[in-house]
Ligand binder design. Structure first.
Ligand code: TRP
Length: 332
């Protein structure tokens, strides 16, 4: 049986957080050992240029993100891992897709409207084109499944629309991708506002834990975590702060929520926070050490990126060639 392609892009902005690790990466680690899937992950650096970046910082951050994902255990032997900007077919397919995308549908995107409001001085063409580039990412690789959070669902919808539109206008070319909404993989909330998701771009440093935070920082942030007004350790919708801590503990220890509640029962909130902080520090210690190894060997890091680029280009080139032919461009 042919493997199903799973594709995801990661923008190298903000931080890789504990929420990303528990919510997404832990699932990705399972996919890489599942022979039904071939996973492809890109650092979506071209997407990040829709917001102004400081070049030297941006370059370092993109490399650091790549190293962090490797350090988390994504294996470049099992997954195709590369930088979006290293495969020029992404930009080229974007152009073709632009020509079948309506300004109306692009300008109606929630994220476009939000980002336009946030950066009124820089409402650039790239910002409106963002979902088309994302569609190109996905469609170049015959992607069957895209793991998405709610914030990206609308973008996946437009990718599906464009695939169907192209297939109807020319002939069946693109696989129409489906969202992959995983049942496992817990949603980790902000430590400061446990009714909002832990976000990689949160401006309150105490709200998010970076996977590279020092043990001291981790313990300090958990000490300050928002809990509830009573002293009960119980999982429930009416207790978002404590429930979030229980979820984090359960994920770090790879145990069920019920078992976590049992283990934590009887602790004061202060001790609860300490226990959860310690479980996080223990989980992240080996990741940080692998990260440092990767960052101290840039040559190896770039060699991995080069290898990923070659594998991705091979697939992307074939798709783009087909597309160019179908739309009637002259072939040499
Ligand atoms: N827009 C996605 C995000 O910000 C990142 C992304 C870029 C992506 N290309 C993709 C996600 C392709 C899935 C598939 O989270």
């Amino acid at each position: 049986m042919e493997k199903k392609i799973i594709y995801s892009g990661i923008q190298p902005t903000g931080l890789v957080t504990l929420g990303n690790y528990i919510g997404a990466l832990q699932n990705w680690l399972k996919f890489q050992d599942d022979e039904n899937y071939q996973c492809i992950y890109s650092i979506a650096d071209l997407h990040s240029l829709t917001v102004r970046q400081v070049p030297a910082e941006f370059r370092n951050r993109a490399l650091s993100f790549f190293a962090q994902y490797l350090a988390c255990g994504l294996d470049p032997q099992k997954n195709i891992m590369y930088f979006q900007s290293h495969v020029h077919e992404h930009a080229e397919l974007t152009w073709i897709l632009n020509c079948i995308t309506y300004i109306g549908e692009a300008s109606r995107m929630t994220q476009f409207k939000e980002k336009s409001q946030k950066h009124p001085d820089n409402i650039n063409m790239g910002l409106m084109d963002y979902p088309v580039l994302m569609a190109a990412d996905i469609l170049l690789y015959n992607t069957a499944l895209v793991p998405v959070g709610v914030d990206q669902k609308q973008h996946l919808e437009i990718a599906r629309d464009l695939a169907i539109r192209f297939n109807n206008a020319y002939s069946p070319t693109f696989t129409v991708p489906e969202p992959l909404i995983s049942k496992v993989g817990a949603k980790i909330m902000s430590l400061q506002n446990p009714t909002a998701k832990m976000s990689k771009s949160d401006t309150n440093a105490n709200a998010t834990v970076s996977i590279l935070d020092s043990e001291d920082d981790i313990m300090r942030k958990f000490k300050k975590a928002v809990t509830d007004s009573d002293n009960e350790i119980r999982f429930g919708e009416d207790k978002p702060g404590v429930s979030n801590l229980i979820t984090i503990y359960a994920s770090c220890k790879s145990i069920s929520i019920d078992d976590a509640v049992k283990e934590l029962q009887g602790l004061s909130y202060a001790s609860l926070k300490e226990a959860v902080g310690a479980s996080v520090a223990e989980l992240l210690a080996p990741i940080k050490s692998r990260y440092n190894d990767f960052m101290n060997d840039k040559e190896q890091l770039l060699a991995i990126a080069k290898n990923g680029q070659e594998q991705a280009s091979y697939i992307a080139r074939k798709t783009l060639r087909k597309v160019y032919k179908k739309v009637g461009l002259v072939q040499l």
